[in-house]
Write a protein of this length. Structure first.
Length: 143
C-alpha cells in the first residue's frame, strides 16, 4: 500500500472519522457522516479530483465498494470489510487492506442486513450503484 493510504488510515483512526480520502499526499475529503452519506457527498463535491484517490473507511460492504469502483479508487483501507465488499473491490482491481472481514454488513440494530447492502444486491454496475444509492440517500433525508 502507498503513502496515501497510510495517511488516510492514520487520519481515520487518529481523528475517529468515518471516511478519509487522500490524493497526492494531501487529505482532500474527510467526514464523520454515517453510512454512505460521506461517500456520496465526496463524489458530488470533489468531481474529477476524487478519481484514483486512496480511501480509508470505517465500514465497507458491497454498496460502498461499488461506489469506490465508480470513482476508480486506487486503494482502500477498511476497519470492517464484508466478503461481498472484498469480492467487489477485487472485481474492479481496487487494492484493499482491512482489519476485520465479516460475512455481512448488518443494520445498526444488528438484526438484519444493512439496507444499503440489500439495495446493492440488485445492482450490476458502479454507475448504476451511484444513481440508485444517491436516490436512496436523498429519500432518507426527506423522510
Amino acid at each position: 500500500m502507498s503513502t496515501n493510504i497510510e495517511i488516510a488510515k492514520r487520519e481515520l483512526k487518529k481523528k475517529n472519522l468515518a471516511l478519509v480520502i487522500v490524493k497526492d499526499g494531501s487529505v482532500i475529503y474527510k467526514s464523520s457522516l454515517k453510512g454512505l452519506l460521506g461517500l456520496i457527498e465526496a463524489i458530488d463535491s470533489l468531481g474529477d479530483l476524487i478519481f484514483s484517490s486512496s480511501v480509508a473507511d470505517k465500514i465497507v460492504g458491497r454498496a460502498a465498494a461499488l461506489l469506490l469502483a465508480y470513482f476508480h479508487a486506487k486503494e482502500v483501507y477498511a476497519d470492517i470489510l464484508s466478503v461481498r465488499g472484498f469480492n467487489t473491490l477485487m472485481k474492479y482491481d481496487v487494492r484493499v487492506e482491512y482489519d476485520k472481514l465479516v460475512p455481512e454488513i448488518m443494520d445498526r440494530c444488528g438484526h438484519d442486513i444493512c439496507p444499503f447492502e440489500r439495495l446493492s444486491l440488485t445492482i450490476e454496475s458502479p454507475s448504476e450503484a451511484y444513481v440508485k444509492i444517491k436516490k436512496y440517500v436523498e429519500s432518507l433525508k426527506t423522510s
